[in-house]
Design a binder for this molecule. Structure first.
Ligand code: ARG
Length: 463
């Protein structure tokens, strides 16, 4: 807690006994929230400018405070500031230092505000920047994916459902699925940015203030969109923290699914991709090993991020209005998740830029498992006007025959095909060609080469 001249906390005029040293230790959040020093100084500066504008403080006092705050900012950036562990948090620590620098006039800084709105304005300002930062990282990953997609429009592989070969697709189409996920992630973050844009400064402790303050002024100066509407809700609300942690969790989930898939594909069994040396690690005993630890890190860390979301949800679930100390943990959770997602996005990018596509193996695998069977069924519907279910049955019989003969569909003779349904003619043979199959999926959002080219163009406009 910040101390006065006699080295006592500011509230020691009321609370005579020293805090238990154990609680003073655990109750202090300075190690965590010192990260908010820039936002705290920024918001305090605008706050006192507003107090001057409304003639609540004098020009001389305002100038002294702004000067003192600048000096503190300078001290912090030059690493000459003592983040005193005895100060309860960054807000008290800065206020205390201001007292040391400019004397008693520092006390005017806390006119018409409380730490309850002060901490929120700092935290929201931080989160707006953090959100923008995450969006930048996501965009960089999208750019990396688009480069991979451009190079692999004609790379054919099997798609999987239930991890069984399904239908031939382009590898570009597969990897572009992650662009869609990232676009949704961005929307989630941007959506939360709307509620971050409401300025909490000026609601004071819970009831608002009797001072004739100008919340529109601080809103404009701090680049918020509007002031928050209810003082009680403002100091109790941590929905924006939940939304932030949730957005990070979903983004992390996408990264984790990507990681899991690439682990599988990089395995000796699948062998569809090969991670370059830059993103693998060795084994301490098996000299031949190249392990995909980077991807496992991404998958593993997703658990921590979920944990932070659940911690915050649990903190809030039984909390009456309004501020309680419980809420202090919000920053640690948000900082941890933010740091984690940022590094995970960067690691994912490293992986994206450091793997080789095993095109040969992809084709080979696409050729197994009768992946063009659906093309045949569709063809029978179109050419012979069979109901789909009947066409499905004919195709099943052809697949069964191929399986019995130990052949791929494209290895069947016309005679064998006709033995199932004599209406079928030569033109069915081209259906078993993988390229034709991919090319034919022209419906919007499908894997046809033409669609992919269009989608790449479209995505490029968003990054
Ligand atoms: N460090 C505190 C927090 O982050 C600041 C708010 C303190 N408010 C109070 N009424 N004790 O939650």
């Amino acid at each position: 807690m910040s101390k006065n001249k006699n080295n006592k906390p500011v509230w020691s005029t009321r609370i005579k006994k020293n805090s238990s040293s154990l609680f003073a230790k655990v109750g202090s959040s300075i190690d965590v929230d010192k990260r908010l020093y820039r936002q705290d100084i920024q918001a305090s500066t605008i706050h006192v400018e507003m107090l001057l504008k409304k003639k609540i403080i004098s020009l001389q006092v305002k100038n002294k405070i702004v000067w003192g705050l600048k000096k503190i900012l300078n001290e912090i950036t030059k690493k000459k500031f003592n983040f005193d562990k005895q100060s309860e948090d960054i807000h008290m620590s800065i206020e205390k230092r201001l007292f040391e620098i400019i004397g008693e006039d520092a006390g005017f800084i806390h006119t018409a505000r409380s730490r309850n709105d002060q901490v929120l304005v700092d935290f929201k300002l931080w989160m707006i920047e953090a959100t923008n930062d995450i969006i930048k990282e996501i965009n960089s990953n999208t750019s990396s994916i688009l480069k991979i997609a451009e190079k692999n429009i004609f790379t054919i592989m099997p798609s999987f459902t239930h991890l069984k070969n399904a239908q031939p697709i382009s590898f570009a189409h597969y990897i572009l699925a992650y662009v869609e996920m990232f676009e949704r992630d961005k929307k989630r973050f941007l959506n939360n940015r709307e509620s971050l844009m409401e300025n909490p400064l000026g609601v004071a402790a819970i009831a608002g203030t009797s001072f004739d303050i100008d919340r529109e002024y601080t809103t404009k100066k701090l680049k918020f969109k509007k002031p928050t509407g209810n003082s009680i809700d403002t100091v109790s609300d941590r929905d924006f923290v939940l939304d932030f942690l949730y957005s990070i969790s979903v983004c992390s989930n996408h990264i984790s699914r990507f990681a899991e898939e690439f682990i599988l594909w990089n395995s000796d069994a699948f062998d569809l991709i090969k991670l370059k040396d830059k993103v693998v690690t060795g084994s301490s005993i098996m000299p031949q090993k190249k392990n995909p630890d980077t991807l496992e890190y991404l998958r593993g860390k997703t658990g921590n991020v979920y944990g932070n979301l659940f911690s915050m949800m649990t903190i809030l679930k039984g909390l009456p209005l309004s501020y309680f100390k419980d809420l202090q943990d919000d920053k640690e959770l948000a900082f941890k998740s933010f740091d984690q997602i940022k590094i995970c996005l960067q690691i994912m990018r490293e992986v994206l830029n450091n793997f080789i596509v095993n095109k040969k193996k992809m084709i080979q695998l696409a050729e197994t498992g009768y992946t063009t069977a659906t093309d045949l069924a569709d063809h029978i519907v179109k050419e012979h006007k069979y109901p789909f279910r009947k066409a499905y049955l004919v195709t099943t019989k052809i697949v069964n025959l191929a399986e019995k003969k130990g052949k791929k569909l494209q290895e069947l003779t016309m005679q064998e095909i006709k033995s199932v349904d004599k209406k079928l003619s030569e033109d069915v043979l081209k259906l078993f060609n993988l390229k034709n199959s991919v090319k034919s999926k022209k419906s919007y959002g499908g894997t046809s080469f033409e669609n992919i080219k269009k989608m790449i163009k479209k995505y490029k406009m968003n990054v």
